[in-house]
Design a protein around this ligand. Structure first.
Ligand code: XMP
Length: 338
């Protein structure tokens, strides 16, 4: 049995740097030869993360939003149409109305389709990708996932995916690993997929379990071209849902799409519950959250002396840390007794 590493098991070794200002760092990354982004962050297709406001704001910061699919074709198409000039992605499934949904989303201005299922390395995904390619041709960008392995990543590429979401069971609201015993730490999945001959051509989107800008930096170093974020962007003005509470105690709901609450709402019954519903403190505008993450990413690249993501990926070095190292890596003064 081989071992695996997660974000907190590793650090990046600081290197000689000639970066004098974080502004010198170029975070440009590509989804394909026609779509380039100045920030490698994508918001998750979840009903407490991405609708029109989030997608537009993510795009205004150089990133991308994926409008979730947990509503009617008409409602989702309307959300997409409201994004007007912004580049926007929209999620679909692999069965039922997915083809009609895809057609309507593209007709209403979606630039990217995201085939969004929990276990992407699956015959239903192969069928859906084949049908989508046959119907819409080679030029539509089709993001697909999720997968946890290099085999899964390569299969999705061979079946027609233009980019692949990598990470199973690592999300902050996931209970897949508890419920099913299956999953791979997200960082290990990225490391494995990055060894594929397709890496570099077909973007790897690290998805699930990213807690801070340090984790984003580690995902990029491991070979991700983008990260996808749920909890870090939830609880903001632009995420869907009401603000509850008052004064310093304001919060919003953030829930897994396979949680009982979410399933009851979007399909009226539950099958396997592989997520939880929770709340996160209200954070104000997502713009401030994104700016803070961007500052952290830029700082991260400067510690490796890298002025671009590709330079960073070829020069960064991971080191594994012990549990004592991990403890030292977190602020620990508050743990000390006086
Ligand atoms: P973070 O850690 O950013 O994770 O909050 C967001 C990602 O979690 C995935 N997701 C789920 N995974 N059960 C799961 O196992 C769920 O109910 C669920 N809902 C979302 C998804 O990939 C998302 O981007």
């Amino acid at each position: 049995m081989r071992s695996s590493v997660s974000f907190d098991d590793v650090l990046l070794v600081p290197k000689y740097s000639e970066i004098f200002s974080r502004k010198e760092i170029d975070l440009t990354t590509r989804l394909d030869h026609t779509m380039q982004f100045s920030l490698p962050i994508i918001s998750s297709p979840m009903d407490t993360v991405t609708e029109t406001d989030m997608a537009k704001t993510m795009f205004s910061h150089g990133g991308l939003g994926v409008i979730h699919r947990y509503n009617s074709i008409k409602e989702q198409s309307f959300l997409v149409s409201q994004c007007e000039d912004a580049v926007v992605a929209a999620a679909i499934g692999v069965s039922g109305d997915y083809l009609d949904r895809a057609r309507s989303l593209l007709n209403n201005g979606a630039d990217i389709l995201c085939v969004d299922i929990a276990h992407g390395h699956h015959a239903l995904m192969r069928h859906a990708l084949t049908v989508l390619r046959n119907t819409f041709g080679p030029d539509v960008h089709i993001m697909a996932g999720n997968v946890a392995t290099k085999d899964g990543y390569e299969a999705l590429v061979e079946w027609g995916a233009s980019s692949v979401r990598v990470g199973i069971g690592g999300g902050s609201i996931c209970s897949t690993r508890i419920q099913t015993g299956h999953g791979v730490p997200t960082l290990q999945s990225i490391i494995d997929c990055a060894t594929s001959e397709f890496a570099g051509d077909i973007p790897i989107i690290a998805d699930g379990g990213i807690k801070n800008s340090g984790d984003i930096v580690k995902a990029l170093a491991a070979g991700a071209d983008f990260v996808m974020l749920g909890s870090l962007l939830a609880g903001t003005t632009e995420s869907p849902g009401e603000v509850h509470g008052f004064a310093q105690e304001k919060y919003k709901v953030y829930r897994g799409m396979a949680s009982k609450d979410a399933q009851m709402e979007w399909r009226g019954h539950t099958s396997s519950e592989e997520g939880v519903s929770s709340t996160v403190p209200f954070k104000g505008s997502v713009s401030e959250v994104v700016k803070s993450l961007e500052t952290g990413i830029r700082s991260g690249l400067s510690y490796s002396g890298a002025s671009s993501i590709s330079q960073f990926q070829s020069s960064s070095t991971f080191i594994q840390q012990t549990s004592a190292g991990s403890k030292e890596s977190n602020t620990h003064i508050l743990d000390r007794s006086l």
